[in-house]
Write a protein that binds this ligand. Structure first.
Ligand code: NDP
Ligand code: 2IT
Length: 449
């Protein structure tokens, strides 16, 4: 790293001492952008990096609500409005007991770059709470969402900040959040949240978008290396929104998904995972993946143990981490390489540690980087916003074609950046550089703000 990068990173480490995920995300970007800083010396004079790593605004708030037993519970709410450089703050809300400021800041930071790659006018943000929707009744989830929105509403708006879903926030939560926002504002401002149901202003294909987009990106990346998905075996961590629709598109492209997981364990079904059953268990019953065995007795189920995910020990051609951050460590990467994996697609945000990515690259494994490969979700959120603005809707096929074109463009941007800076097939660096350049140029034009 050159002196400028080194000093910015040191400063970030000092200022954000107890935020390991945030430091990790900043480190990954700063480790990639040296080649472009060498060409654009003015970026240092303009303090581009210092401005990029500091959120515009952080909001933290108390979320009190009453559970079904009449007890008052207090959670913590967050919204990190990281950058409005190229559009309204935009990014999901995560409800999970592990949520803390470091996690929301890493997600908000990555969102700026991801959103820039979509080519659409959206800034970067993330929010959420340490509330755990698991095991809660619908009424409890509703009361929590109403309390959360009673504070959040004053900070968001369809031209200001547009939240959406992430882990633990799906159609049900977005519905409750939207209802409360509308009630407080006494106005239908459809574009204030995305991921809405179709019946009150959502977009067709938003639910499918992240997973489908990941596979479109994967197809483009493989095709640039003379490969395709036909006949390949795929393992997918997670069985939530991203994982399910990644699996669906993988099947449509001729691959076979042989394993999926949740936070308790992994199901291995060599015949091919029965996706209708996964949807029934996860989307309808909100159950555990283990229940898959009730219908299919000839499959293997392995429990997770702390810091150990058995899914990465399964032999497959392609691995798609679609659960959470730091899911694939260096140890997991070594097992995957030993088992002959040839491509990894990051459906989740920062699912591979930096040393795991380096290990993949050194061993010729192609990596589709999160900021680019999972950008189909937020891109389709932007398409939802534009439909809300024109008070019209596109068909499923129209949205899917737009999504496909966006993913093709994103891959080409990553590849062009990798080619321009002689990075070979390091699309992780390619994505960081392509996004960084757009943001740095916008920052240059807008003055010191
Ligand atoms: P969901 O809540 O729908 O699903 C999350 C899945 O990951 C569940 O199967 C969950 O298992 C598993 N999981 C979550 N946390 C852990 C953990 N700590 N350890 C093991 N497994 C875990 O979320 P999404 O599918 O929406 O999000 C998945 C990932 O994709 C996240 O990293 C998110 O940031 C990213 N993403 C999401 C987008 C979207 O549009 N939704 C867009 C781009 C990225 P369990 O049910 O047992 O908790
Ligand atoms: O990480 C992500 O890109 C998301 N969770 C989706 C964000 C959005 O605004 O649709």
């Amino acid at each position: 790293m050159n002196n400028y990068l080194d000093s910015v990173l040191k400063d970030v480490k000092i200022k954000n001492l107890n935020e390991p995920e945030f430091i990790q995300a900043v480190n990954e970007v700063l480790s990639s952008v040296e080649p472009i800083l060498d060409v654009h010396k003015e970026y240092e004079d303009l303090s581009i990096l210092e401005r990029m790593v500091e959120p515009e605004r952080i909001i933290m708030f108390r979320v009190p609500w009453v559970n079904d037993n009449g007890k008052i519970v207090v959670n913590r709410g967050y919204r990190v409005q990281f950058s409005s450089l190229i559009g309204p703050y935009k990014g999901g809300l995560r409800f999970h007991p592990s949520v803390n400021l470091s996690i929301i800041k890493f997600l908000g930071f990555e969102q700026i770059f991801k959103n820039a790659l979509t080519g659409l006018p959206i800034g970067g943000a993330k929010g959420g709470s340490d509330f755990d929707p698991k095991g809660k009744s619908d009424a409890e989830v509703m009361r929590f969402c109403q309390s959360f929105m009673t504070e959040l509403y004053r900070h968001i708006g369809q031209d200001v900040d547009v939240p959406a879903g992430d882990i633990g926030v799906g159609g049900r939560e977005i519905g409750y959040l939207f209802g409360q926002y509308k009630r407080i504002r006494n106005a239908y401002e459809g574009g204030v949240l995305t991921g809405k149901d179709i019946c009150y202003g959502g977009s067709l294909a938003r639910k499918e978008a992240t997973g489908y987009g990941l596979l479109f990106y994967m197809r483009e990346m493989l095709s640039a290396h003379g490969q395709d998905l036909k006949g390949k075996t795929v393992i997918i961590s997670g069985s939530g929104n991203v994982a399910i629709y990644a699996a669906e598109k993988a099947y449509q492209m001729g691959a076979t998904v042989i394993a999926m997981s949740d936070s308790n364990g992994v199901i291995i079904d060599k015949k091919g995972i029965d996706l209708d059953l996964i949807k029934q268990i996860k989307e309808v019953e909100r159950g555990r993946i283990k229940e898959y065995m009730k219908k299919h007795s000839d499959v293997t189920y392995i429990e997770n143990t702390p810091n150990y995910s058995p899914i990465w020990e399964i032999k497959a051609d392609i691995a798609l981490p679609c659960a959470t951050q730091n899911d694939i460590t260096l140890e997991d990467a070594k097992k995957l390489v030993l088992n002959g994996v040839f491509a990894v697609g990051e459906g989740a945000n920062m699912p591979c540690t930096y040393d795991a990515i380096e290990y993949f690259h050194h061993n010729g494994v192609l990596v589709a980087p999160a900021k680019a490969a999972n950008a189909g979700g937020v891109a389709t959120s932007a398409i939802e916003m534009s439909q809300n603005s024109i008070r019209y809707y596109y068909t499923f096929e129209e949205v899917e074609r737009k999504l496909e074109n966006i993913m093709i463009n994103i891959f080409n941007d990553c590849k062009n950046a990798a080619d321009t800076y002689n990075l070979g097939s390091n699309y992780v660096a390619g994505a960081n550089i392509a996004a960084f350049k757009k943001l740095a140029e916008a920052m240059k034009m807008q003055g010191v703000v």
